[in-house]
Design a protein around this ligand. Sequence first.
Ligand code: FAD
Ligand code: EPU
Length: 337
Amino acid sequence: MPRIYQDISLKPYNTFGVEAKARYLASFSGEQELRDLLNDSQFGEMPVLLLGGGSNILFTRDFEGLVLVNRIGGIEMLEEDDQYCVIKVGAGENWDELVDYCVNNGWGGLENLSYIPGSVGASPIQNIGAYGTEVKDTIQMVHTLNRDSLFPVAYNNHDCRFDYRNSIFKNRLKDKRIITHVTFKLSKKPQYNIHYGSLKETVQEKGEINLQTIRDSVIEIRRSKLPEPEETGSAGSFFKNPVVGQKEFKKLQAAHPDIPSYTLAGKRHKIPAGWLIDRLGWKGYREGDAGVHTRQALVLVNYGQAGGREIYQLSQRIGESVKSAFGIELEYEVNVL
Ligand code: FAD
Ligand code: EPU
């Protein structure tokens, strides 16, 4: 049975670095340990919170229940030929270490997702994405335990209902499944995808286009825009980029001719929330230790001692100002607890 900590600070377990206490906390490194913890009568009907790297969560209060930190490790080769390989990865593996491992082996598919913090197990939950790639493009299977019955249930790619920063696990099955492993299908003859923003130029400056130069370039661009979790608390983008229909977009464009957007299928338009927030003058705003990042207005930051509530209240004020200026309701990307 894993060691159980009582009344423990969650500050080291969330990249925002906010203070909150958990009534109980334990880590598990295998399915049997997880079952033992969930069956333990001392926790009774207490709420349970799964955590990976804590890089997409904001604690606004203490957690009066059991926090379970996923440390299931391992990378297993399931199938391989000269075109593809299929690997099954423990949900507690560090995401960026997996990307590095795949790049070093010459397996393509994850390189654009370099340097995203967090665990492998959380990657399907919001279908992590960056630089023109989403993790759904490589996921074959998501292996879970049903939280009530503790039976294993596996989901193929289609069943995961992946969408922009969304999946069945963030939606209908939120808090109902525990992801234990993820299976990825990676290519040994990768198609490089370097069309997002300045990625192409950054890669080309490195001379050769390959998995390693793409990974290095993505890391370089991310470091120039996003806060380093070890230095400044954040959870990456706080809000999702809103998607609007053609009529609404035309109205916005008439009022703000320089509004950037990406056109999606069905004449829908994705608008960078960072631009909306920036336009309203929030970039670099700071109130106490809660603030808006100086280089990316979509990222809220903790400069040291900010509480989760302060950050949440700031996010609400930003949301209200975007609503009143542009008529757009921003949706949270971060899981607020
Ligand atoms: P956690 O924060 O620990 O958990 C997130 C949610 O998933 C919680 O609701 C938790 O209860 C649940 N959960 C976690 N593990 C499991 C499990 N095994 N089973 C069931 N439920 C579980 N995201 C992007 O998509 N693209 C980016 O470019 C990006 N950049 C970022 C940059 C920075 C600086 C930071 C701090 C974050 C960024 N993020 C980005 C957000 C974050 O890294 C991802 O969402 C990541 O997948 C979260 O992983 P985690 O293990 O830290 O999840
Ligand atoms: N912009 C501004 N001001 C800002 C920020 C952005 O004007 O302060 C505008 C610029 O026009 C820029 C555009 O917004 O060209 C897009 O900015 P960026 O390329 O930084 O991307 P983003 O849309 O703000 C999204 C993801 C990030 C991901 C990057 C790169 C969401 C919610 N965020 O950000 O994901 O890393 O693209 O692909 O989709 C995360 O989810 O936590 C995250 C960091």
